[in-house]
Design a protein around this ligand. Sequence first.
Ligand SMILES: [Zn+2]
Length: 170
Amino acid sequence: MEVLIYPHPILRRGGQVVTTFDAELRQLSEQMMEAMYEEGGVGLAAPQVGIEKKLLVLNPSGDRNERSGELTLCNPKITKKKGRDFEEEGCLSFPGIHAEVERWVTITVTFQDLDGKEGTLHADGWLARIIQHELDHLEGVVFTDRLTAAEKLRVKAPLQELEERYRAQV
Ligand SMILES: [Zn+2]
């Protein structure tokens, strides 16, 4: 499973609502979790591997031995949010780029699990940040869209480098 790198156009398409909760979906989420660990990430959204579905996986520890941290969310939606803060983020689709992003500190998320069962999750801090980052991918939004003008300027050159590398491939 290959992680698509910016500016691959699928990253801008986001995902469709998941309506079929079957063995195929479960397998996809397992493969995504595996790809996330392999790439050293803490979260991965289906559009990042070329699958246009509202599905994301995460583990705030990034450690495959800490299974208790694993979360798989289908069709997640933020229903409550509170507080704002800045922290540095990276993204598997933007190798080598890190920047400060403003996010909600505390969120409530409704979602469906891999069986289609509805759930509610309260998250804050790092976990809330990862969910918001991955949820953005499901809407075709990437973290560099959310930077302040100063941060945008700071990552301009490395972003252009990724764009050039992409153009050289296709
Ligand atoms: Zn990302």
